[in-house]
Design a protein around this ligand. Structure first.
Ligand code: GDP
Ligand code: IMO
Ligand code: MG
Length: 421
């Protein structure tokens, strides 16, 4: 039971990168299990902010092993850019980063298809990051994918040509302009860079390390409300973002799982389209966005902001089997006179504590108001130092969910973290 999982409970961007980086010192291995370059995981130390898309958030700790698991979809062009911007040399990074040979590749045409499909959807578009995620996972489950291990095959170029030809036949039906050559250059350079890394059966490695008692942290991407099965379908991503995804995305048994950490913002954000019951279209929403710097780490899009949504959070806790909660960004709400928490939904005038199946059903939100705190909290490192109103806010969440809040993040820097015993 020495594999812990850290995943998002909301619509992504809960602060996973920051917390994984802060927790890395107590783990031996950090392993990403799903998603791809749609993710943007930010972390900060020494006054520098880093944003990771494919690479696990333990990469800045020189003595830790990082694994990109089989559940991840890799765009070699994004991989190359990210490696080059990281800081440490490639020779150093190849010692710290191992890639599953079963991770599927995002082809240049997957990105083009993503844009073509989304373009056709018009008003019902998903708000995809357009990184090729949907088409790449579609090819994976449709058994048409190319995998990282294939790059070592002598006939790789032929395989690539065949796959691309198939995609081009589909694209002929779309009135969509694109320049494949432009994408391909960076992509093939990325393939050459990938070849320098160990691309291997990481499921053996993860199980061997776990068997030897090494501590492994499985890092999720996106959030539970974007899960392909349990999120607000079709306004979701194309992978299982939930705890079960760590087992399929790394090749581990549920028997090996220890803690399942659920991370949430003290309020809610969503980037892209789809239902968001507690969304604020007023000045308070704008304040959350500006004070919290709520702009997408991958696309720069403004994030939609709203109050904490307990029905959604309780659902996420149930689906994932969360053992500990981590709360981020309460510092953003310092100075708010009152803070609202949605405790239940009303549908057709009746209290409804289950998330409705239909995305277009009118949800009325029922709120509890809690006093805010008028104090800058970023400087605090001990739970006891936090203002009593914030402690009450946390206590309310713990009572409602039945799960303890064991980390309170009070700022973006790795040091701005309160570990509660
Ligand atoms: P992720 O996708 O879950 O890793 O989250 P993102 O990195 O996309 O978005 C979280 C944003 O909030 C980033 O800009 C972080 O630097 C920042 N952040 C994380 N934790 C805190 C916190 O406790 N307080 C503040 N003010 N910012 C935070
Ligand atoms: P991290 O890991 C927030 C959203 C997109 C869109 C939907 C589908 O940083 O939390 P996709 O590109 O997967 O086809 O987009 O999911 N989305 C995210 N939102 N954080 C993310 O990742 C996201 N990854 C995808 O905005 O609504
Ligand atoms: Mg993010």
């Amino acid at each position: 039971m020495n594999i812990d999982i850290l995943l998002g409970l909301q619509w992504g961007d809960e602060g996973k990168g920051k917390i994984v980086d802060s927790l890395s010192p107590v783990y031996d291995v950090i392993a990403r299990f799903q998603g791809g370059p749609n993710a943007g995981h930010s972390l900060e130390f020494n006054n520098v902010k880093h944003v990771l898309h494919l690479i696990p958030s333990g990469i800045f700790h020189a003595d830790k092993l990082n694994i990109i698991g089989n559940g991840v979809v890799i765009d070699p062009a994004v991989f190359k850019k990210e490696i080059e911007e990281l800081g440490p040399s490639v020779n150093e990074l190849i010692k710290r980063l191992i890639i599953s040979n079963k991770a599927n590749l995002i082809l240049p045409t997957h990105r083009i298809l993503d844009a073509a499909y989304e373009g056709l959807k018009g008003d019902s578009k998903i708000g995809s990051t357009l990184k090729g995620i949907g088409p790449a996972y579609t090819d994976k489950t449709g058994r048409n994918g190319l995998r990282a291990g294939d790059i070592l095959r002598n006939d790789f170029q032929q395989l690539y040509n065949d796959h691309t030809k198939g995609h081009m036949m589909i694209l002929k039906n779309y009135d969509f302009k694109f320049d494949l050559k432009e994408y391909e250059k960076g992509w093939f350079e990325g393939i050459e860079l990938l070849k320098k890394f160990s691309v291997t059966n990481t499921e053996y490695l993860v199980n061997e390390l776990a068997g030897k008692g090494k501590k492994i942290l499985a890092e999720g991407a996106q959030g539970t409300m974007l899960d392909v099965d349990f999120g607000s379908y079709p306004f979701v991503t194309s992978s299982n973002t939930i705890s079960a995804g760590a087992c399929t995305g790394l090749g581990i048994s549920p028997k090996r799982i220890g803690d399942i950490f659920g991370i949430f913002k003290a309020y809610c954000t969503r980037v892209g389209c789809g239902p968001f019951p507690t969304e604020l279209h007023d000045e308070t929403g704008a304040n959350l966005r500006n004070l919290g710097n709520e702009f997408g780490s991958t696309t720069g899009r403004p994030r939609r902001c709203g109050w904490l949504d307990l029905p959604a959070m309780k659902y996420s806790i149930m689906i994932n089997g969360i053992t500990k909660l981590f709360m981020t960004k309460a510092d953003v709400m310092s100075g708010f006179k009152t803070i609202k928490i949605c405790t239940s939904y009303k549908v057709n005038g009746k209290i409804c504590n289950e998330l409705p199946f239909n995305n277009d059903c009118e949800i009325e939100t029922v709120y509890t108001e809690i006093d805010g705190w008028n104090e800058v909290i970023t400087k605090y490192r001990e739970f006891s130092e936090l203002p009593s109103a914030l402690k009450k806010y946390i206590e309310f969440i713990e009572t409602q969910t039945g799960v303890p809040v064991t980390i309170v993040s009070v700022g973006p820097d790795r040091k701005e973290t309160i570990f509660r015993n």
